[in-house]
Design a protein around this ligand. Structure first.
Ligand code: PSV
Ligand code: MN
Length: 388
């Protein structure tokens, strides 16, 4: 097995994008709790994200969600972020909070509403031109609740046409990233329910259409690392939305529910060339901190990804190849498990110190006084929220 010092250099290549909405309030359909210190503006969300990056060195960019993060001047917002030491990343469109989209958006049978949903995507691309963002991420709430409610085939055909119109507007260096989700808010048939459908739609568009894999968007027991392998093999894994789930689309801290699954996913990422300077895969978080403080929630998240990446990098690939050739089933499994069970936390602490970062970013946040400061400063106004 590789030692930590063998792989330490490769850890420099890690960059995880934070979702602006992770810093806002969120909840369930039962209740959204307010948290003291929650940002009121996108600028305050960026300040919180910059704090995460300052303490971990892992999170140099922030994804925006439109309309939640809409401002008059995106050029100015880009400069504001750069002054804080972060940059603006993926732009996420939103067609799930407007009454017009009750029966769909890019798949809608009413041409007026479908055109409106397409226009929203085009507005997002216009924003990307100002922010310098590479990726437009589309997740659709489209689907039906009852058999017979909509024509499954017609919806798919309209989706293809809508996406084509959006794709045609992309700049040379921009990408369309299509996210799938097997249910919710639609419960019978979702129009982009799985990686196969997303891939098929992307293949029809062209090379700059790629799939987003949100780790919370599969049925329990799904072998997610297999999907990672296949999409990397085909050159169509565009992005991750990392989070954890116990039951549904829980959006909990990545690595919290099943660290071993995160390790297996990251092993396939490394194995398939998805990690490092030659890879285009965007490593994003898509999480909500409903009951815990948001900034330390994001710090914990990026550290979890870093820890499992280090372990995945340490897997002895040659030994795995050898074991497979020899038909040594338990030997191969043992090679993988050796890396998984290696505790890299002390090595990572030293590695951080050697780079001028705090050994323990969670502790450093607690003693920094930042949480007390934002609680004291952010009084009045309207706290940002998932539905705001
Ligand atoms: C949908 O569940 C999703 O994963 C999409 O990425 C949305 O943009 C995001 O969550 C909203 O939090
Ligand atoms: Mn997502």
């Amino acid at each position: 097995m590789a030692t930590f010092s063998d792989i330490a250099g490769r850890l420099e290549q890690q960059a995880i994008e934070l979702p602006s909405w992770a810093f806002g309030n969120s909840g369930t359909r039962f209740k959204v709790f307010a948290t003291p210190g929650t940002p009121r503006t996108v600028q305050e969300k960026l300040a919180d994200a910059a704090k995460v990056h300052e303490l971990t060195g892992l999170a140099p960019s922030v994804a925006l969600h439109i309309p939640w993060d809409r401002v008059d001047d995106f050029d100015k917002l880009r400069l504001f972020a750069e002054d804080l030491g972060v940059r603006l990343g993926t732009v996420n469109s939103n067609t799930f909070q407007d009454d017009d989209y009750k029966f769909g958006s890019l798949t809608h049978v009413d041409e007026r509403i479908r055109a409106k949903a397409i226009a929203h995507q085009l507005e997002c691309i216009e924003i990307m031109d100002f922010t310098g963002s590479r990726d437009l991420k589309i997740w659709l709430p489209d689907g039906t609740n009852y058999p017979g409610q909509g024509d499954l085939r017609g919806r798919q055909d309209r989706l293809a046409d809508s996406l084509q119109q959006v794709y045609a507007r992309l700049g040379e260096h921009q990408r369309l990233v299509l996210e799938y989700k097997f249910f919710e808010p639609a419960f019978y048939a979702t129009d982009v329910p799985d990686w196969g459908t997303s891939l098929v739609q992307c293949l029809a568009l062209g090379e700059r259409a790629v799939v987003c894999l949100d780790t919370g968007h599969h049925a329990p027991g799904t072998n997610i690392e297999f999907i990672v392998m296949q999409l990397l093999r085909l050159g169509r894994l565009g992005a991750f939305d990392f989070n954890s789930r116990f039951y549904a689309d829980d959006d909990l801290i990545v690595g919290a529910a099943d660290p071993f699954q995160l390790f297996r996913i990251l092993y396939e990422v490394v194995r398939g060339g998805g990690y490092g300077p030659d890879s285009d895969v965007a490593f994003m978080l898509d999480q909500c901190h409903n009951v815990e403080d948001k900034v330390p929630g994001q710090i914990r998240s990026v550290l979890n990804v870093q820890e499992m990446t280090a372990r995945a990098l340490m897997v002895d690939r040659d030994a795995l190849v050898e074991a497979e050739r020899a038909g040594d089933v338990l030997g191969g499994n043992g090679v993988l498990m050796d890396a998984f069970y290696t505790d890299v936390r002390a090595d990572l602490a030293d590695w951080r110190v050697s780079r001028g970062l705090p050994a323990d970013p969670m502790k450093a946040y607690t003693v920094s006084g930042y949480q007390e400061q934002i609680v004291a400063d952010r009084v009045g106004g309207t706290q940002a929220g998932w539905g705001a």
